[in-house]
Design a protein around this ligand. Structure first.
Ligand code: ZN
Length: 132
């Protein structure tokens, strides 16, 4: 018999199965929540856990130069190593050494996070996108 609580911990630590395949990749296409623009095709990203702060969603123009703003620390992300894996994506201007990812069509974001120190890591937050 399992120790009390162990099952719950395992569930909390596991990737969401309906979205992540056995190889840890995205089963479904990743879309913009606002306009449905396609951001990633199925199988092009890897599920990754990392605590990242993303400012609250708004138009790209409103995101800039706004320090101390509202936002969320998000944990579940799609990790993309090559920016050419994206179907469509936009970026904010640099905020320090960070660029935020926004929808290429409606320019609402951030849907993700990129650090200029690591050219091979683009994070897209599961909570900030739709899956189809
Ligand atoms: Zn959009």
């Amino acid at each position: 018999m399992a120790a009390p609580g162990s099952e719950m911990e395992a569930a909390a630590g596991a990737a969401p199965e309906e979205l992540v395949c056995a190889q840890g990749r995205n089963r479904k296409a990743v879309l913009c929540q606002r306009c449905g623009s396609r951001v990633l095709l199925p199988g092009t990203a890897t599920f990754a856990r990392r605590e990242l702060f993303l400012p609250a969603m708004k138009k790209k123009t409103a995101l800039m130069g706004n320090s101390g703003q509202d936002g969320d620390v998000l944990q579940d992300h799609w990790l993309v190593e090559d920016m050419f894996s994206f179907e469509n994506v936009g970026f904010t201007k640099d905020v320090g050494n960070i660029k935020f990812l926004v929808c290429a069509d409606c320019e609402v974001g951030p849907i993700g996070w990129h650090c200029l120190d690591d050219k091979k890591s683009f994070y897209v937050a599961l909570d900030r996108v739709s899956h189809e």
